[in-house]
Write a protein that binds this ligand. Structure first.
Ligand code: HEM
Ligand code: MTE
Length: 475
């Protein structure tokens, strides 16, 4: 093996397509797997790792932890990486406020690097009911703050007795640990489809600014009750404000608020979460504590939580007052009055197609096409049906819904988690272009609008029209 060449990472990253060859690295060695791609039992997912390391992908797809997989890989070895290349990836500029950010999974499609905003490839999103934390979408407005769990304090204001301060240990030991499975969705999910109608302001999210995880922590209502907060003393208070420990250059933290009745409701399930998917919260998702407000827009699920304020007023933060609100398609940046619209809380019904991808070709001989996706509704409303069409919406089929890994249906009014769905639909007999469409229905019989234009808004939020994907059937 010593006769094999040494490569730099730059050289490896040039080989990320079938045309230029597909190279990957594993434990410091370089492999040219071009000839294996079409033989891969896991399909073209293998291309997600093209030009980079296999390790982060195999960490998610544990099926590769077998000797016979390594044997296959060894056939394709062409050389080794030089040690400097590996180190190069880790060097950061210390004067950069983003220098200490965590390393992220290479599968993430980055919409903005600093602050970090990224979504997983749709095909990976529907691979698992619980989204692995590494590929869970990430939406940061500011640099990720470094919080020392030992000196961490959660401040609470607006209590009957004044103020309180909790250590992480107290939060974990003084209150029952409560676990929920909840989907988070950014208000800007699917914004790119609004951009096609008319330019909007905001990150160009695809269909994957949504993910599903289990969250564990103390119930906010238990904490507020403990400090003597109840309906008797709630006079005047209507909101619970949250402040993050991430701050902009003026020292202003990220902030948001939710209605007090959501926070105090026995069935609201609002958590001061310290675990995600059974582990400490990852840095990107709010370590050591974040609020999880199930059924409510991502923006109110404040990460790196530093302070809670029970108040007669909503949060004064920019993100509560002058962002994350919906407007008429006729409203533009000259006429918009942010005071005229309520802050988004519960989100509307949503669904999208994760497979096949736009532009895919299928063969007539396949006889059918498998369509997969997700569906979710805000406010704990349960998705009860997903309709799929492969002829642009003329005829419809009902998809099979997957409720959870254990098959237990959600409690009434507390359907916080998405449903994944799947269906096989017979292909037409002739080569042609197909328009696959999906739309979901929740238990209030809310459904999605058929087109984007009537719900277009200048900020590109609440984008939930029928999702459409065009594919080709060829012979
Ligand atoms: C399955 C090899 C890269 C995703 C498999 C299997 C093999 C294999 C042998 C079948 C395992 C079994 O059932 O015993 C390889 C090799 C790779 C590679 C040699 C690199 C050179 C990847 C990457 C991804 C991936 C980068 C994802 C991004 C999958 C998936 C399956 C699979 C999802 C499961 C398919 C199923 O359940 O039917 N791979 N793989 N593979 N692989 Fe890979
Ligand atoms: N909390 C803080 N402190 N800072 C932030 O930038 N972003 C919000 C919310 N909470 C944000 C925050 C937005 S807009 C969304 S969509 C979600 O976090 C994203 O959560 P995630 O990164 O865990 O997916």
């Amino acid at each position: 093996t010593s006769s094999l060449p040494i490569y730099s990472l730059e050289e490896v990253t040039k080989h990320r397509s079938l045309e230029s060859g597909v190279w990957v690295t594993y434990k410091g060695d370089v492999y040219d797997i071009t000839d294996f791609v079409t033989k891969h039992p896991g399909g073209d997912k293998i291309l997600l790792a093209a030009g980079g390391a296999l390790e982060p992908f195999w960490a998610l797809y544990a099926v590769h932890k077998q000797d016979h997989v390594l044997e296959i890989l060894s056939e394709y070895k062409i050389g080794a990486l030089n040690p400097e290349s590996v180190k190069k990836q880790e060097i950061n500029d210390p004067s950069d406020p983003y220098a200490a950010e965590p390393t992220r999974h290479p599968a993430l499609q980055i919409n903005n690097l600093k602050p970090f905003n990224a979504e997983p490839p749709p095909s990976m999103l529907s691979d698992s009911y619980i989204t692995p934390s590494a590929i869970f979408f990430k939406r940061n407005h500011l640099p990720v703050p470094k919080v020392d769990p030992e000196s961490y304090r959660l401040e609470i204001e607006g209590l009957p007795g004044g103020v309180a301060s909790l250590t992480l240990k107290e939060l974990k030991s003084c209150f029952p640990k409560h676990t929920i499975t909840a989907t988070l969705q950014c208000a800007g999910n699917r914004r790119s489809e609004m951009n096609k109608v008319k330019q909007v302001k905001g990150l160009n999210w695809g269909i994957a600014a949504i993910s599903n995880a289990t969250w564990s922590g103390a119930r906010l209502r238990d904490v507020l009750h403990y400090y003597g907060f109840g309906p008797e003393v709630a006079s005047g208070a209507q909101h619970v404000q949250f402040e993050g420990l991430d701050k902009d250059v003026t020292g202003t933290p990220y902030g948001a608020s939710i209605p007090l009745n959501k926070a105090m409701s026995d069935e609201g399930d609002v958590l001061l979460a310290y675990e995600m998917n059974g582990e400490d919260l990852p840095l990107d998702h709010g370590f050591p504590v974040r609020v999880v407000v199930p059924g409510v827009v991502g923006a109110r699920n404040v990460k790196w939580l530093g302070k809670i304020v029970v108040s007669s007023e909503e949060s004064k933060s920019h993100w509560q007052q002058n962002d994350y609100k919906g407007f008429s398609p006729g409203t533009d940046w000259d006429t918009v009055d942010f005071k005229s619209a309520p802050a988004i809380q519960e989100l509307p019904i949503q669904s999208a197609i994760t497979h096949p991808a736009e532009g895919t070709s299928v063969n007539l001989s396949d006889e059918e096409v498998t369509v997969k996706g997700y569906a979710w509704s805000g406010g704990g409303r349960e998705v009860v049906r997903v309709d799929i069409s492969i002829d642009g919406g003329n005829t419809w089929h009902v998809a099979k819904l997957r409720t959870s890994d254990d098959g237990v249906p959600p409690a009434v009014g507390r359907a916080w988690a998405w449903k994944l769905w799947e269906i096989n639909i017979p292909l037409p007999q002739k080569p042609q272009e197909l328009e696959i469409v999906c739309k979901a229905v929740d238990n209030s019989y809310n459904t999605q609008p058929d087109t984007v234009a009537p719900i277009w808004n200048l900020r590109g939020v609440l984008s939930n029209a029928w999702h459409r994907v065009k594919i080709k059937v060829s012979d």
